[in-house]
Design a protein around this ligand. Structure first.
Ligand code: ADE
Length: 262
């Protein structure tokens, strides 16, 4: 996958992609990141990227010309043999559709993405209207710019690319991949400060372990994100478990592996 990022602060991307799994993915050429400073696409002496909003109001607005020119320059560099059709041009903005694991999966199918990091009070609306194909928000809060959201999106997408996580880790098992949260994980020692690993995990009984994990997935989701359960297909037995737990007057049953507080 090739990812082009348009930003006013290319340095913000140096650190996040220089370590661990991400660095390995770049070294193995599973992904390439191309940074473009929007300022480099200005033509005036002062390299102006923003201006006052028409109609007045606070703050500055990113000008359209350098953003259009940067995208056009990236597109014109695509060699015919690299042209694979659809090329999402994504603006990171609090006004966008909410980013989710499903969006990450959707984006991971493309071989090329262009991300535009917004700034200041916003971006000239003609960019949204006539250039971008998608607008993404990473949550209902406002950050100072699109760089951190772009990093979040890229991280979530790249780890889904074939070969990035290695065969030992399956992105299909983890939280949100199937619409629910992940079951609790334990490693050695079996007892730490008097807190034991659930016995079933030490039993070697794989059927029991699978059953316990599925129950924990449901319990944990019910406790932390009950909204997710409404959107997921559960089997009859699992539905009955949810009903039993939610109708129980003892909500403490929902506390996973936590000691009684009394
Ligand atoms: N830019 C500022 N805040 C943002 C958010 N929550 N998501 C995406 N881009 C943003």
């Amino acid at each position: 996958m090739r990812i082009d990022i348009l930003t006013l602060f290319p340095q913000m991307f140096q650190v996040p992609f220089s370590f661990g799994i991400f660095k390995r993915a770049i070294d193995r050429k599973l992904v390439s990141i191309h940074l473009h400073n929007i300022r480099d696409y200005t033509h005036d002496k002062h390299h102006t990227v923003d201006d006052y909003p028409y109609g007045g109001g606070p703050g500055m607005v990113l000008k359209p010309e350098p953003i259009f020119e940067a995208v056009e320059s990236i597109k014109s560099d695509i060699r015919p043999e690299e042209d694979v059709g659809a090329l999402p041009i994504i603006l990171l903005t609090p006004q966008g559709r909410l980013f989710s694991q499903q969006t990450a999966q959707e984006l991971s199918k493309y071989s090329h993405l262009i991300l535009i990091c917004g700034h200041y009070e916003g971006v000239d609306e003609r960019v949204q209207e006539h250039l971008v194909t998608d607008e993404i928000s990473i949550g209902d809060y406002v950050l100072t710019g699109g760089e951190l959201p772009a990093t979040v999106v890229i991280d979530a997408v790249v780890r889904l690319l074939p070969g990035v996580l290695g065969s030992e880790t399956s992105p299909l098992d983890e939280s949100h991949a199937n619409g629910l949260l992940e079951y609790p994980q334990y490693t050695r020692p079996p007892v730490y400060r008097g807190w034991s690993v659930p016995e079933v995990l030490l039993s070697g009984n794989h059927a029991q372990i699978a059953k316990w994990r599925r129950e924990q997935v449901i319990l944990r989701t019910l406790e932390h994100r009950p909204d997710l359960l409404d959107k997921t297909n559960l089997c009859l037995e699992e539905r009955q478990l949810v009903e039993r737990l939610t109708s129980s007057p003892k909500r403490s049953q929902l506390s996973l592996n936590k000691e009684p507080t009394e």
